[in-house]
Ligand binder design. Structure first.
Ligand code: PMP
Length: 360
């Protein structure tokens, strides 16, 4: 078997023990004679899967009692619309922080539903930092404030969760959920596409404070109302059963590894290894300002398009896959999500050192 170290931004690597377990269960799940994919979503076996998945996620993230955990579809992109459709409860005004391509998409979508202000932005410095903002900049009438905690394309992240006072904070946490400890009680809504730190694509996790559920106007389609999914424990219609099962296996793997605190330490070590080398290197540089660096997505450049292309090609032949930066940024990007083992980062750094020597 030859597996590679896959540095893709998502869908991305899954832990090997998770894939092996899924393989074992594939044809006959727990003696049912069926694959999880073939089980009714109302069966006892699947009820156990979805219940355990929710319990594990609650435990891993220490989700308070007054929050609902929803397993939805439509990707994080659908949340760009569902959030304003559901929680424009009073003023239909919301404040957004613009930290990159995904924030921009969230802002564009929300503008279809209300009065959206961008209260802070790092667009002027090409999104290489997280802009400073404080509670005094927030419109007191705003129904919510929206941030993207980790910017997958640009490689920046909020190192501290901003205080938004009484205004609910909504976070797109697609690319750093479960990567380090966070205090869920600081948020009104957290949402994330699964395909980075949770499992396969097709599942979207929403963690929502109960008082924010049940405000959607009548005109909102049933499937886009948080209340529909909240009342039916994510089983109003057929959920993405196999993706939920895979997420459950990932949550078990993460728990066995020591939970999110331990994962956070490992992720910091992996990121430090890579940044330390980049900072010492005479060939590679990081375009991101130090205090805003993501520990999940790490872009770097040589300054030469030809060398970047040669790097990506040679890396691939060494089993280091999908290192090409996003088309809007160029260069390289190493996405080192939870499932990327330390050995993968060590191998990448060793390859970068060799490449630098060969291209002095
Ligand atoms: N937000 C962020 C931060 C992302 O990284 C992505 C996907 N890469 C999205 C939103 C869009 O997610 P989806 O493809 O699940 O709609």
């Amino acid at each position: 078997m030859s597996r590679v170290y896959n540095f893709s931004a998502g869908p991305s690597m899954l832990p090997l023990p998770v894939l092996e377990k899924a393989q074992q269960d594939l044809l006959n799940y727990k003696g049912s004679g069926m694959s999880v994919m073939e089980l009714s979503h109302r069966s006892a076996e699947f009820t156990e899967v979805i219940t355990e998945a929710e319990q594990l996620l609650r435990e891993l993230m220490q989700v308070p009692e007054n929050y609902k955990v929803l397993f939805l579809q439509g990707g994080a992109s659908q949340q760009f619309a569902m959030v304003p459709m559901n929680i424009f409860t009073k003023s239909k005004k919301a404040d957004y922080v613009n930290t990159g391509s995904w924030s921009k998409k969230a802002i564009k979508e929300a503008k279809k539903f209300g009065d959206i202000r961008t209260i802070a932005s790092s667009e002027e410095d090409h999104f290489t930092s997280i802009p400073k903002f404080d509670v005094s900049m927030i419109d007191k009438e705003a129904d919510y404030v929206h941030i993207t905690t980790n910017n997958t394309i640009e490689g920046t992240a909020f190192r501290e969760i901003p205080d938004t006072g009484n205004i609910p904070l909504v976070a797109d946490m697609s690319s750093n959920i479960l990567s380090e400890e966070i205090d869920v009680s600081k948020f009104g809504i957290i949402y994330a596409g699964a395909q980075k730190n949770i499992g396969p694509a097709g599942l979207t996790v929403v963690i929502i404070r109960e008082d924010l559920v049940g405000h959607a106007p009548e005109s909102v389609p049933t499937m886009l109302d948080y209340k529909t999914h909240s009342e039916k424990d994510s089983l109003y219609n057929t959920p993405p059963t196999f993706a939920i099962y895979m997420a459950k296996l990932v949550f078990e793997w993460l728990k066995n590894l020591g939970g999110v605190k331990e994962m956070g330490k490992i992720n910091q070590q992996k990121a430090d290894m890579l940044y330390q080398y980049i900072d010492e290197s005479k060939l590679f540089t990081s375009p991101v300002q130090k205090e805003s660096r993501s520990i999940m997505n790490i872009p770097f450049v040589t300054g030469s398009k030809e060398l970047d292309a040669a790097f990506i090609k040679q890396a691939q032949s060494e089993g280091l896959e999908t290192l090409k930066g996003h088309r809007s940024v160029g260069g390289m990007r190493a996405s080192v999500y939870n499932a990327m083992p330390k050995e993968g980062v060590e191998k990448l750094v060793a390859f970068m050192e060799q490449f630098e020597k060969n291209n002095q």
